[in-house]
Design a protein around this ligand. Structure first.
Ligand code: NAD
Length: 315
């Protein structure tokens, strides 16, 4: 058995730039849309009242991936990250495990990356200002990815002013309140999803919203009225309908599958994007294992090429 390659948090971030994560994530969506990559449904393991675990498998590009990852909203108060876990990347031909990677770094990269991919596909021509609501690790990554492909400057909004200030200083953006952030052309919401941060009165013509925080059952960042006022897109209907921003509207019978377009179909040119410059588009990200696979493969190849220092483990 070959040694396992170990990539810790810093090594993953060193191996995969935001621009590389965006390109890989876009390609992953296209492969999955064309049925070249497979992805069984994510399994949630509830650990109420603390949080939940998710087992996320995917296969493609010669690899099989399993991400064992969490969302524990009370963790920041304990000095721990909300999202922790490990990614195992195996050889799809032999089944042999090849690498273990820090799941939080892979997750932040691919979550930020999909915000940039969706914005490029769905925002109106000329949209640039970014309102970021929620500046934790995944919000910060969304901001970094948006900035990496030329969006911004933006407004960082978070009740933890120190994290908003640090991110704004890093990117040359500003700190602002919720209404300033929501006045931007492009909005990224990356809060824990415990309370509504976007209502229908916050929306304006031509806006694009990336809803990233509500990635599990019972979470929502937009009111039902706000969801219903938008042209709707998602990463994957099955996940989004049950454990994402759209779940409330789907459960209430107000949104059906024919009203929601998959991002992969838009990227492939098989479905239209926004209908007009004045339309309001909302992308619901629930997080897909194909995104993790795309970014993890980039990280492993960088390690194999000696571009980053990796550890090894003999099983
Ligand atoms: N869609 C996906 O693929 C995906 C991937 C990873 C994480 N997530 C989800 O994204 C959310 C954020 O993840 P994280 O790791 O950054 O979490 P985190 O808890 O570390 O950060 C959340 C941030 O939001 C801020 N916040 C809370 N309420 C707010 C409000 N009303 N207005 C503005 N800011 C507010 C908090 O102060 C905190 O800084 C979680 O719900 C997580 O489960 C989704």
């Amino acid at each position: 058995m070959p040694d396992l390659c170990i990539l810790d948090h810093e090594a993953v971030l060193e191996a995969v730039s935001p621009v590389a994560a965006i390109a890989a994530t876009r390609a992953g969506f296209l492969h999955h849309h064309r049925d070249e990559w497979t992805m069984p449904a994510k399994v949630y393991l509830d650990s109420s009242p603390h949080g939940d675990f998710r087992a996320m498998p995917a296969l493609g590009d010669g690899f099989a991936l399993l991400k064992w990852v969490t969302s524990f909203p009370g963790n920041p108060a304990r000095g721990l990250p909300t999202v922790t876990g490990v990614v195992c990347l195996s050889d799809a031909t032999t089944g042999v495990p090849l690498a273990l990677l820090d799941a939080s770094a892979i997750t932040t990269l691919r979550t930020g990356a999909v915000a940039a991919v969706a914005t490029r596909a769905l925002a109106r021509e000329g949209a640039s200002g970014v309102g970021l609501v929620g500046c934790g690790p995944n919000g910060a990554s969304a901001a970094r990815c948006m900035a990496a492909v030329g969006y911004g400057p933006g407004i960082c909004c978070d009740p933890r002013t120190e994290v908003a200030e640090a991110l704004a200083a890093e990117l040359g953006w500003s700190v602002g309140g919720r209404s300033e952030a929501l006045a931007c052309d492009i909005v990224c919401c990356v809060t824990p999803g415990a309370q509504i941060v976007v209502d229908v009165d916050d929306l304006h013509a031509g806006q694009h919203l990336n809803m990233l925080g509500a990635d599990g059952s019972g979470k929502a960042e937009a009111s039902l009225e706000a969801v219903l006022a938008c042209e709707l897109y998602c990463d994957q209907w099955e996940q989004a309908a049950h454990g994402g921003e759209l779940a409330g509207a789907v459960e209430a019978g107000l949104v059906t599958r024919d009203r929601v377009t998959a991002l992969g179909a838009v990227l492939a040119g098989d479905a239209p994007g926004r209908s007009s410059a004045d339309a309001i588009t909302m992308f619901d990200s629930t997080g897909l294992a194909i995104q993790d696979l795309a970014v993890s493969a980039v990280a492993l190849r960088a390690a194999r090429a000696g571009l980053v220092t990796a550890g090894t483990l003999h099983l």
